[in-house]
Design a protein around this ligand. Structure first.
Ligand code: NAP
Length: 282
């Protein structure tokens, strides 16, 4: 079974449009601030896509663009201003920042109740404590996809390949909060294929093109591929999973593109709406 992230995200976006309309009927204009500091070409595309999706759903968005030579205090002042602005419900700081600025330092200036990607230490800590405030978008999207295949994942053995702050760690925590038994494998793990092969649910978030072959996968397992890797010298995007090989063994699998990617941006908007509702006390 191929898990069609594009279709599932399209259905989800329809629900988001209704939620945005309902807020507007109550006189509240949901809004997101998108901060793009630096001249990373991929970031420019991501931010523009987020802006388009916000418009489609009915969320007002403003992009704050800085060049590579932006000063730390300029960025900090903007974040403080947006924190104080009652008309801004959600703030996204696009990663990566220019080399001289530490992402963790600036993301943690965002008010946790406007931290749309759930990346502040406060929100990471709340997820860790099992009392989530804002759940990071990619893990939230992955959970949604999983639940389209297996509504109750309680008791499933899940292996998360990768331990980044944006994907691997919060995803493992989210699965634990949903009563999975969870293991995390990373670049220093030994016998990675063997660890992965025990999983009922295998999630790859490593950033290594087609690393996960069929020897990593238990027959019938659900395989979610978070990876987005551009093949050098071509426009082709591939995941961390060798799709053609693994689909022969897996019970269900997400493609790349058209799997997790569309869910991530949809959940960014969903989180923005949640924050706007909460801000309005609804
Ligand atoms: P990251 O920060 O580079 O983290 C990669 C993780 O994979 C690290 O924990 C690393 O281990 C581990 N790793 C690397 N090589 C490994 C190997 N051979 N065996 C086992 N583990 C290995 O990347 P990320 O931000 O989590 O992103 C991962 C991938 O997902 C990338 O392709 C990225 O583009 C994609 N992504 C997609 C979406 C989406 O919406 N679909 C969103 C975010 C990211 P160490 O910790 O030991 O270094």
């Amino acid at each position: 079974m191929i898990i069609d992230g594009k279709k599932i995200a399209a259905e989800f976006r329809e629900r988001l449009k209704e939620r945005a309309t309902s807020l507007k009927r109550r006189g509240i204009e949901p809004s997101i601030a998108l901060i793009n500091a630096g001249n990373d070409p991929a970031s420019a595309i991501y931010v523009s896509n987020k802006q388009k999706l916000a418009a489609e759903i009915g969320i007002a968005s403003t992009v704050y663009k800085f060049d590579d030579d932006v000063k730390g205090n300029e960025l900090a002042n903007l974040i403080k201003k947006l924190n104080a602005d009652k008309n801004v419900h959600a703030i996204l700081l696009q990663s990566p920042l220019p080399k001289n600025l530490r992402f963790s330092e600036f993301v943690n200036l965002i008010d946790p109740n406007k931290d749309v990607d759930g990346l502040t230490l406060v929100n990471q800590g709340k997820l860790f404590a099992g009392e989530p405030n804002v759940i990071p978008c990619t893990p939230f999207g992955v959970l949604h996809l999983l639940q389209t295949v297996r509504e109750d994942i309680s008791g499933a053995y899940a292996v998360v390949l990768g331990r980044s702050l944006i994907v691997g760690r919060p995803l493992a925590q989210l699965l634990l909060n949903n009563n999975c038994t969870v293991a995390i494998a990373h670049s220093r793990s030994k016998n990675v294929p063997e660890i992965c092969k025990t999983a009922d649910i295998l999630i790859a978030a490593v950033g290594k093109p087609r690393l996960v072959g069929k020897e990593f996968v238990k027959p019938g397992a659900i395989v979610i591929d978070v990876g987005i890797n551009r093949i050098l010298g071509s426009k082709k995007i591939v995941g961390d999973v060798n799709f053609d090989e693994v689909r022969e063994v897996a019970g269900a699998i997400t493609p790349v593109p058209g799997g997790v990617g569309p869910m991530t941006v949809a959940y960014l908007m969903s989180n923005a709406l949640d924050l706007a509702y909460r801000h309005a006390g609804i």
